[in-house]
Design a protein around this ligand. Sequence first.
Ligand SMILES: Nc1ncnc2c1ncn2[C@@H]1O[C@H](COP(=O)(O)OP(=O)(O)O)[C@@H](O)[C@H]1O
Ligand SMILES: O=C(O)C1=C[C@@H](OP(=O)(O)O)[C@@H](O)[C@H](O)C1
Ligand SMILES: [Mg+2]
Length: 169
Amino acid sequence: MTLDSRLPVVFIGPMGSGKSRIGRKVAAAIGVPFIDTDSVVVAGHGAISDIFERDGEQRFRELERQAVSESLAEQAVVSLGGGAVLDPRTQDDLRGATVVLLTVTSAAVAKRIQGGKRPLVADGGITAWERILEERRPIYEDLAAATFDTSTGSLTELADDIVTWLKEG
Ligand SMILES: Nc1ncnc2c1ncn2[C@@H]1O[C@H](COP(=O)(O)OP(=O)(O)O)[C@@H](O)[C@H]1O
Ligand SMILES: O=C(O)C1=C[C@@H](OP(=O)(O)O)[C@@H](O)[C@H](O)C1
Ligand SMILES: [Mg+2]
């Protein structure tokens, strides 16, 4: 199978698993555009924490769905926000994509999610992160064609492993 026929390649997984950082590296390595759906929302509507605070999570999910729908139509590497897969329309769209699940242990992610940029864990921290992951785990696992754990290893090594898998697949 050619690499082109595998596009879009889509990264899913919990907050802090490395979707945004690793997705960008994989796109650069295979020479296709990179789209981060959170960045699309931010470019159009401002900071995610401000959207949550001002308009609520439901409004964020509507804006996110719009960004996801447009992004998945592109021949690109696309990194979703951790909760984007909750939308059944996105679950349907992903059946035609190459979906890569990134996982991470709670021990490894604890430091990564500090800083207040992610409203769903801003107060509850790692306990909230674990609860949210357990709610979403069946969806993640159902959609994934491959899973890579990012708890150890450098971003570059992980991106290399994923590119190798994409080329082999
Ligand atoms: N394998 C890794 N090793 C070290 N730090 C990582 C790794 N993966 C991600 N990070 C760090 O974790 C943070 C969250 O990564 P990010 O790509 O934004 O995750 P996501 O998009 O899945 O929420 C970033 O600061 C990033 O540098
Ligand atoms: O898991 C979630 O519901 C969210 C994940 C975030 O993206 P990352 O997974 O890239 O951190 C961002 O979309 C928002 O804060 C909500
Ligand atoms: Mg991200």
